[in-house]
Write a protein that binds this ligand. Sequence first.
Ligand code: CAA
Length: 288
Amino acid sequence: MSIERVFVAGAGLMGHGIAQVHAAAGKHVTLYEPELERATAGRERVAGNLARAVEKGRLKAEERKSALARIEPTDDLTLVAAADLVVEAVFEDLEVKRGLWRDLDAAAPVRSIFASNTSSISIDRLAEAVGPGRRSQFVGMHFFSPVPVMPLVELIRGSATDDATEEAIRALAGELGKQVIVSRDRPGFLVNRILIPFLGEAMRAFEEGTGTAEDIDAGARVGLNHPMGPLELADFIGLDVCLGIMKVLHDGLEREPFAPPKVLEDLVAAGHLGQKTGRGFYTYPRER
Ligand code: CAA
């Protein structure tokens, strides 16, 4: 099945990037938020990203214009009636996501594939929100931040996901220029299962005073050739997001490396969520 019309639910950090890569690949995108201003703000973020790409000579001004024209911000959920694919990228909360999927299932055509960008919530538990007939078309489509830059899609197969759905997502990811890896529906899937204990261990080393945040991060950047150190990456992802994923991993796998460090719990409790709040392991804008 060819995917031409995509309904993206959620226009935040992940949702606007997901809208951008689909529009850039020639898809018509409906960008949904319950409040129209937020959907419009998501499209504005895309406009800013694409303006930078034009400045850098990576994109022609006409390509930017036509990509933006393919993104329609809306607060009208019933527009999902035209969607070949729905990508959900809303807050990582099981009940929030399930409520939205229930509404989308009622309004979407039978052919629509349903893909969640969840970073750790079980695909089977999300798929319980839709009718039994849709579950074979329910899949995880996990993008990485910043979405326009990171060339990976982690495809998560739930127990009911069928081969045709996997094939359609693989073909689409190819059109987006993304490589696909496939994970079973296990806590943290593949990438966060690898990443999160690494971030957690860096936080524990910081908490114990083994080294400064700067030295922990330089260790990973300079010694391991990572583009960002673990503490700055955690700030970039969002400390609340990291904590949420750690809890899912710890509850599901019950192993110590997945336990949330106290420093992380304390920062989140204090409202210091990383770059987005101006403070996490570092304060922003950062002095170098
Ligand atoms: N949106 C769009 N493009 C962006 C961007 C953004 N937010 N941030 C950077 N870019 C682009 C820049 O425009 C630039 O493009 P060109 O090379 O074409 O000029 C390119 O990325 C590099 O940017 P910079 O030169 O400004 O900065 P950099 O070299 O330090 O790279 C980075 C920035 C790409 C973010 C890099 O530091 C990096 O790869 N960091 C690691 C990111 C990562 O690990 N992401 C995964 C997080 S885990 C996740 O998302 C999943 C989850 O479930 C938690």
